[in-house]
Design a protein around this ligand. Structure first.
Ligand SMILES: *[C@@H]1O[C@H](CO)[C@@H](O)[C@H](O)[C@H]1NC(C)=O
Ligand SMILES: *[C@@H]1O[C@H](CO)[C@@H](O)[C@H](O)[C@H]1NC(C)=O
Ligand SMILES: *[C@@H]1O[C@H](CO)[C@@H](O)[C@H](O)[C@H]1NC(C)=O
Ligand SMILES: *[C@@H]1O[C@H](CO)[C@@H](O)[C@H](O)[C@H]1NC(C)=O
Ligand SMILES: *[C@@H]1O[C@H](CO)[C@@H](O)[C@H](O)[C@H]1NC(C)=O
Ligand SMILES: *[C@@H]1O[C@H](CO)[C@@H](O)[C@H](O)[C@H]1NC(C)=O
Length: 329
């Protein structure tokens, strides 16, 4: 399986030569390999986080389940099922092997949310991969809660931010007290789904509107301290889940129905894009949904999750079960 995928990856390499090589970019020579693939069509991975031992944890959207992935063994284990919800979306580590996940009800065929059904849960994993889930807060005012990002850790509280695509808003939630309120609301955030904070900015995608942007935020209150900046509103580009490189220079973007992962230069004002893997007609990462950037010594790896292309089958016909792939940069 791994060899087969390496061949597929190699077959797509000639296309990479079309990507622009801006000064400061080393040419990419990535290999894509499957870390784990679910057995059934219809499976959909929403988000991915790293565990303290460098293994992975993911949320599934087709079922309300959290799974742990052993990278070296290529195995997966169900660790927690969230009750009273049909679907999971956002995922973020709030402590050592403790995660916040966003749960709710969603029609995955039409991506239509059930407003008022969303809540935030805490999932603890132990070294035996036994998980326990407890409710942090139901957020009935939420219309379509999506991504979650751990933002501020204080002695007695950990603040997370939660994107509400329906309201075009960012909630802040104290995961200890369960108190929550809207920190930022703006028409430019309509459809906001994935969020990541770095260097006093909150980066976001609004996939329906094909927007990738950022807003400077107050590190205590999570309120906006300046205008919202649109990094890309290229309507031929579909930004979904993403990761930021540790040095803050690049965003690695999953392009969902465009079946690729693209690096966006955040330092250059023109924000040039370089394709790292895949393209519209490629089956190597069909339906990429989220990206995790992991630095290991001098090397770094991207882990990319998919929904198998179920929303828009590749070339109108190819779809497969959801998977997690690794791309060594
Ligand atoms: C933090 O929590 C501990 C234990 O619940 C409590 O004793 C302490 O007063 C709290 N400190 C603050 C600053 O709230
Ligand atoms: C949570 O909200 C309640 C009610 O508004 C308030 O009394 C309490 O002090 C808040 N707790 C924290 C930790 O902010
Ligand atoms: C939304 O953000 C834009 C850009 O930062 C700003 O010009 C506008 O005033 C904001 N709208 C509201 C309602 O805050
Ligand atoms: C930032 O990190 C990325 C990924 O490791 C690397 O490709 C890029 O060259 C770095 N940029 C700078 C300015 O160091
Ligand atoms: C890629 O797929 C699209 C949609 O199915 C099709 O219109 C296009 O011709 C394909 N391009 C190539 C190079 O195969
Ligand atoms: C998934 O669906 C595709 C497209 O219908 C089919 O070709 C493939 O065999 C299915 N795979 C599994 C594992 O059921």
């Amino acid at each position: 399986m791994i060899n087969f995928l390496c061949i597929l990856g190699a077959a797509t390499l000639p296309l990479l030569t079309l990507a622009t090589n801006k000064p400061g970019y080393r040419p990419y020579d990535p290999e894509v390999y499957t870390v784990y693939q679910f057995p059934e069509n219809g499976s959909w991975i929403a988000n991915i986080a790293t565990r303290p031992n460098n293994d992975l944890v993911i949320t599934r959207t087709d079922v309300p389940e959290v799974w742990a992935i052993k990278v070296d063994e290529g195995t997966a284990e169900l660790v927690a099922t969230i009750p009273d919800a049909n679907n999971l979306i956002g995922l973020s580590a709030i402590d050592d092997d403790v995660y916040v996940v966003i749960a709710g009800n969603l029609d995955t065929a039409t991506l239509t949310p059930e407003a008022g059904s969303f809540s935030a849960w805490k999932v603890n994993l132990d070294s035996n991969n036994d998980g326990s889930a407890s409710l942090i807060a139901a957020i009935p005012e939420g219309q379509f809660l999506h991504g979650v990002e751990t933002f501020q850790k204080r002695k007695n509280s950990t603040l997370v931010l939660i994107a509400d695509a329906g309201q075009g808003a960012i909630y802040k939630l104290d995961t200890v007290s369960g108190n929550y309120s809207i920190a930022i609301k703006n028409e430019s955030l309509a459809g906001v789904n994935n969020i990541h904070a770095q260097n006093e900015y909150l980066y976001f995608t609004a996939t329906q509107n094909k927007i990738f942007g950022r807003v400077p935020v107050d590190l205590e209150e999570a309120t906006a301290t300046g205008p919202i900046e649109i990094i890309s509103d290229d309507q031929k580009f579909v930004p979904d889940g993403f990761a930021l490189s540790t040095n803050g220079s690049l965003a690695y973007m999953a392009t969902f129905i465009e079946n690729s992962v693209v690096a966006i230069d955040l330092d250059d004002e023109d924000h040039p894009k370089t394709t790292i893997q895949g393209d519209l007609n490629s089956t190597s990462i069909a339906g990429p949904t989220a990206v995790l950037y992991m630095k290991k010594g001098h090397d770094s790896t991207l882990y990319v999750t998919t929904n198998g292309g179920q929303t828009a089958p590749v070339n109108g016909e190819f779809s497969e079960p959801a998977k997690i792939v690794g791309i060594d940069l």
